[in-house]
Design a protein around this ligand. Structure first.
Ligand SMILES: Nc1ncnc2c1ncn2[C@@H]1O[C@H](COP(=O)(O)OP(=O)(O)OP(=O)(O)O)[C@@H](O)[C@H]1O
Ligand SMILES: [Mg+2]
Length: 299
């Protein structure tokens, strides 16, 4: 496998102090590689966005290291930090909030090109805007002059993807990119991200509470609960053969016909479910490699 572009190495993030502290992320390690996607899966409050913000360098870890191409980012000079910020672009959950209603789609795409691509000048900028829109399967003639409110949610999310691509990133962090979209257009946006990953050799961190969608896009998966990654590895191995009780619980809640899984929830009483959640939430350092490319945290 190629070397990691970004790696989180035993990273922890706490908010607040003492008994009031919230341990949003505990001993998190994962890496993002060119042309591969990692799905970070977990329910609300499990710590997914906290990990994304650390990968974006928006939050400083309480402990642990973040590496960019093998070098700790804490040691980076300002030029390297600039390169890092440019190389990691984010796509947010709400496709509307991230676009300015007063500006056209063309404006939204010209701006990052002017800021980050000085080699593109004059009329070439409009050519680049057209290329970006075509890349995300939007019709440039129709879409560039429009304002955000004139587009559907799915089209707006495609514009956000185009805007991220304008900066020529190495990694895209997509935090619940389809959860606010109509069910009918979700798969289209996921497929587009998957194509971008392959065609442009991007590393992708795909954050979702919907473990079933990980299959469409991610080679690797990490299941998070209560600030810890409880199970991780190749997506196929983890989803076909989940071994941590919390992952089994998560999968049993998935109404996906492609995922055949004996429903343990049907057999578990509420107090048993609570017991799994309580034990899975306890901090635990012991990790077991259950098969090649498949790990669980002990419970
Ligand atoms: N800035 C903050 N200050 C204090 N606590 C925070 C902060 N950000 C997150 N938390 C807490 O950290 C925990 C993890 O939050 P996080 O937003 O990372 O979860 P998430 O998995 O992204 O959830 P969701 O699926 O709802 O987006 C939660 O208990 C949350 O309340
Ligand atoms: Mg979140």
């Amino acid at each position: 496998m190629s070397d990691a572009i970004i790696a989180l190495d035993t990273v922890t993030k706490s908010f607040g102090h003492g008994s009031a502290a919230v341990h949003a992320a505990r001993a998190i390690s994962f890496s993002l590689h060119a042309g591969r996607a990692l799905a970070l899966v977990g329910e609300s409050g499990s710590g997914k966005t906290t990990c994304a913000r650390m990968a974006m360098r928006e939050y400083r870890p309480t402990s642990g290291r973040i590496l960019y191409k093998g070098r700790p980012v804490e040691a980076a000079n300002s030029a390297e930090i600039g390169r890092y910020r440019r190389s990691v672009q984010m796509i947010f959950q709400d496709p509307f909030a991230s676009l300015n209603p007063a500006h056209t789609i063309g404006y939204h795409l010209r701006r990052p090109l002017k800021l980050h691509r000085p080699e593109i000048e004059g009329s070439e900028i409009d050519v680049a805007v057209r290329e970006l829109l075509t890349r995300v399967r939007l019709d440039p003639d129709r879409v560039a002059p429009k304002y955000p409110h004139e587009l559907s949610g799915g089209q707006r999310q495609r514009v956000n993807i185009a805007r991220a691509l304008a900066v020529q990133p190495e990694v895209i962090v997509a935090d619940e990119p389809t959860s606010m979209l109509d069910v009918s257009v979700r798969l289209g946006v996921l497929n587009l991200l998957n194509e971008m990953k392959q065609e442009m050799n991007l590393g992708l961190l795909y954050i979702t509470h919907d473990i079933a969608t990980a299959r469409y896009i991610a080679e690797d998966i990490a299941v998070m609960y209560a600030g810890q990654i409880v199970e991780w590895g190749s997506t196929a191995r983890v989803i076909d053969n989940p071994l941590h009780p919390y992952t089994k619980l998560l999968l049993s809640a998935v109404p996906d016909p492609d995922i055949r899984f004996e429903d343990p929830k049907a057999r578990l009483r509420p107090d048993e479910v609570e017991d799994i959640r309580r034990r899975s939430a306890a901090p635990q350092d012991e990790i077991v490699e259950v098969e090649p490319q498949h790990f669980i945290r002990m419970i």
